[in-house]
Design a protein around this ligand. Sequence first.
Ligand code: KG4
Ligand code: ZN
Length: 347
Amino acid sequence: MTAQPLVLGIETSCDETGVGIVRGHTLLANAVASSVAEHARYGGVVPEVASRAHLEAMVPTVHRALADAEVALADIDAIAVTAGPGLAGALLVGVAAAKAYALAAGKPLYGVNHLAAHVAVDTLEHGALPEPAIALLVSGGHSSLLRVDSLADGIVPLGSTLDDAAGEAYDKVARVLGMGFPGGPAIDRAASEGSVTIAFPRGLTAARDLREHRFDFSFSGLKTAVARWVEARERAGEPVPLAEVSASFQEAVCDVLTAKAVDACRTSGITTLVIGGGVAANSRLRALAAERCARHGIDLRVPRPGLCTDNGAMVAALGSQLVAEGAAPGRLDLPTNSAMRVDVITV
Ligand code: KG4
Ligand code: ZN
């Protein structure tokens, strides 16, 4: 095997069929087929629809990634696949495909954690991650603060959401505002046209909450506050100012996320913060994190938006890290785990 492993990564935990190819920390291909349009009319991802879409997209997406990277399956040194967390049926499609490719081509197989992959993807943009680092992971299903001692085998949870994930809050508030699914990009766009005029609550930031939940999040109170505010407007027969509500909601989310992430860095004396997950694509989160990190001398790393949302390159990036650090591959009968814990990196 070369010093710089060539790794193919497969991602099917939700509604994106992603196949990425990396060599070391270099991104060679990132083919993504999304079934998001098929779910939009239901207002959320329908698991069975997602599984079927993965099945149809899997082989063409692998072929596209190999063609984009200009490599053959035989050239690949290892295959990595998301084993969890995610939708059970959707995960099974990716893992079954990865096993088939690994067996057919005689390649080692790594079943990896989707959440750790959201952190690892930053290495494709900014090179090796200084360890330890603090990671803020904000996606549709998870919001966590983590201490990353090692991407390959040392992720320590510091806190997580007690209720809704950050992306889930975006999606639910977008539904209240009639903006469609997924809500994050729509609210991000609407917010850019408005200013922050409404003081929405910042969950778990009061002194009494900080004692027990310093690095935890809660977004359900915020979501309810937005819904109440909108209802009151509608009852009064007044128009709902979408841009102002979006900007004010977004400010509340990004304020809490960045304040707690910076606090985690300062408390631990760690000077690298990496942000990953779909919500890391958010323009305000990126700007506010940059501002606050600069003020406190923290080196901020956020991958470009296209690498923040689900993709196969992130899985390949984590696989590449595992291969480079000599981690043992998984077995060909490795399981999926739809509720995989954030600190379990491989199965
Ligand atoms: O990481 P991801 O693609 O899938 C999961 O692992 O969940 O994250 C999807 C989430 C959705 O909730 C979506 O609304 C949110 O990321 N999202 C955003 C933005 N782009 C995607 N949230 C806020 N601003 C964005 N620009
Ligand atoms: Zn994700």
